[in-house]
Design a protein around this ligand. Sequence first.
Ligand SMILES: NC(=O)c1ccc[n+]([C@@H]2O[C@H](COP(=O)([O-])OP(=O)(O)OC[C@H]3O[C@@H](n4cnc5c(N)ncnc54)[C@H](O)[C@@H]3O)[C@@H](O)[C@H]2O)c1
Length: 441
Amino acid sequence: MKISIFGMGYVGCVSAACLASGDHSVVGVDVSDQKVDMLRAGRSPVEEEALPEMLRQAVDKGVLTATLDARRAVLDTELSLITVGTPSRSDGSLELGYLECVSQGIASALREKSDPHTVVIRSTVLPGTTERVLLPLLLEGSGRTLNRDLFVCYNPEFLREGTSIKDFFNPPFTILGTQDDNTFQKVALLYHGVQGEILRCSIQAAESMKTLCNVFHALKIVFANEAASVLHGCGANALEAIELFLKDQKLNISSAYLRPGFAFGGSCLPKDVNALVALGKAHGIATPLLASINPGNDAHLDRAFALIQRRGIKKIAFLGISFKQGTDDLRESPALRLATRLIQNDYDLRIFDPIVCMHNLLGANLSYVERIMPDLELYLDYDLDRVLDHGALWVIAHASAPIRQHMISRAVKAPVIDLAGASPLSEALSDYQGLCWMAVP
Ligand SMILES: NC(=O)c1ccc[n+]([C@@H]2O[C@H](COP(=O)([O-])OP(=O)(O)OC[C@H]3O[C@@H](n4cnc5c(N)ncnc54)[C@H](O)[C@@H]3O)[C@@H](O)[C@H]2O)c1
């Protein structure tokens, strides 16, 4: 395929070298005459293992050229990759000026040719950028029609500087954000010979996941460093502890606890987060990430309250009151905290939780309830239908599969707010709202 690549920085140069090593012929476009001159001379503008040799070979074979002339590059190719920078603005948002400028340039060149053209955005952008910002520029500027003679895909890049050539050929997967079959087939051809699955998704999902990946990697690094600093500070062997921590691939290094749902609670998590932060403080070690965990959890509870408030309905059927399903432990239960707040704000609640029985609560569990909501028994009802009949709004903090099935079977008209996580309810009910999700994927 004949490909133009806009932006010959790290991503552009690596993409150019790797694609030109396959069946493609590549023209690299940049605004820097210094970079273009270096590429023309077969020299690499960036330092990366194996990149200089690959670029030189490609230039010598005549499958890689470089130019300052964006218009010519578009006219001579059938697909354009955009790999320009998206640096931070002073407010933390991303500078889109380079992307906008390239999109306008591609669009105006497209007016001069009639062949179909595909534009693949590889720069990292926030969700919505391609469709709200770049697509209008490309369509209006070119006068073309999407998916007829102009095809657009968001295709995040996963390479890491230092190992970028290896990463290009061995990514975790290739993500193609497009709803259009032809675009998908066309862009997938670029990655013939690249390892891993090619996954297709919406443009916004592709944009979102790239940012999520980077943020999660950053989170993991800061977590490891803060946690190890506290452990080391108090004399523990941090490396030994972290190696053991990493061996748990059921709960630690896994998808556990990574799906959106309700806030956490219980007798362990909030307490032990506080304990590690306090240990750090005692040893003079700042732990801003660890210290933000419990407040972050509280903010999620605030979101749940605000979501219920926005419905403007006071009569509520509230399902699940213990800190999680399948236990009667109410300590630090986010459901109990939310229910308490609703009652304090004059909501009329009936609470259903088949496992929680006030007469069976003992010790710290009982003391916690007596402190937070001493009259819980007044609101509890073990008759599910009676509770559902009471509610003009059904709020699920947690509910077992049979209970959810029963709710569906009642073919409800009542709106449902689900705090627990995406479930089949989302498809079966007409007025279903997740706390921060729309429908079962
Ligand atoms: N560097 C990485 O490891 C990495 C990895 C994955 C994704 N990304 C993302 O990829 C994008 C590019 O990153 P990078 O590190 O390669 O950036 P970079 O700053 O190294 O390179 C950007 C290039 O674009 C050129 N450019 C600017 N305006 C141009 C225009 N109008 N026409 C043509 N070229 C133009 C610049 O001169 C520069 O050479 C960013 O969005 C980044 O977040 C980077």
